[in-house]
Write a protein that binds this ligand. Structure first.
Ligand SMILES: C[S@@+](CC[C@H](N)C(=O)[O-])C[C@H]1O[C@@H](n2cnc3c(N)ncnc32)[C@H](O)[C@@H]1O
Length: 224
């Protein structure tokens, strides 16, 4: 089994545990902060929208993303119950025709896929001209990224399958895949480990943020 399959297998085996985290005190605060960063970047995008690595569909449901794809069934059952139209598949071989979606989201998923460049190429293919890619990520060059990476090293059931990257590495990956940045939001400047609290979302990419949302379009596409 490949590393990507192992990652997906962990989300299959522990789908209920993963999903239940969102209902904890910390999960609720972090989910709201992350939604606050993602929502403005998806606002005004045309449907249908797709989330690759939709998991249990919490973000898709809250953000009005109609279609979700994930390699494993257990999280998809939860996403389906939240009203998301779901399909099984992998991001590097999307089962959709060219130019299908007005927006595609990748929310804390690029770090779990084996072939991020292949996934970005496929996302570019299924986006309509002028369509928008929105990436939610935990930068390795943040207190949260370093903590999650360390947890992964010591056997965390999910983070041990992740390969966290810096914000600069994400920018480079997007540029190499033919995307240019058209917007960004940053949040989670508080230190990890403490009980998280609400805080403002800032425009643009801001160094040290524990969660960053990037909006991008294909280089060849016109502006919004
Ligand atoms: C950290 S979860 C994020 C789920 C959801 N986006 C969220 O934020 O709650 C990462 C997801 O990526 C999925 N995944 C793993 N490998 C994948 C691949 N090759 N293509 C698409 N999704 C994949 C996992 O099954 C898992 O549901």
């Amino acid at each position: 089994m490949t590393k990507a399959n192992w990652a997906a297998q962990a989300f299959d085996d522990l789908a209920d545990r993963y999903d239940a985290w969102y209902d904890t005190a910390s999960g609720r605060v972090l989910f709201d902060l992350e939604l606050g960063a993602l929502r403005p970047l998806l606002a005004g995008t045309a449907g249908p929208r797709l989330e690759v690595g939709v998991g249990s569909g919490r973000f898709a449901a809250a953000l009005g993303i109609e279609v979700g794809l994930d390699p494993v069934e257990a999280p998809l059952r939860l996403a389906r119950a939240r009203g998301v139209r779901v399909l099984r598949g992998v991001g590097s071989q999307l089962p959709f025709a060219d130019s299908t979606f007005g927006a595609v989201a990748l929310i804390v998923t690029l770090c779990f896929v084996e072939n991020p460049a292949g996934v970005l190429a496929e996302v570019g293919r299924v986006l309509r001209p002028g369509g928008r890619l929105v990436v939610g990520l935990v930068p390795l060059d943040s207190g949260w990224g370093r903590l999650y990476q360390e947890k992964g090293r010591t056997g965390h059931p999910f983070y041990s399958h992740a390969r966290f990257q810096t914000l600069a590495e994400h920018r480079l990956m997007l540029a190499l895949a033919g995307f240019r940045l058209v917007g960004a939001r940053s949040t989670l400047f508080q230190a990890p480990n403490d009980q998280p609290v609400a805080e403002p979302v800032r425009e643009d990419t801001v160094s040290g943020a524990g969660f960053v949302a990037l909006a991008a379009q294909r280089e060849s596409a016109g502006t919004d």
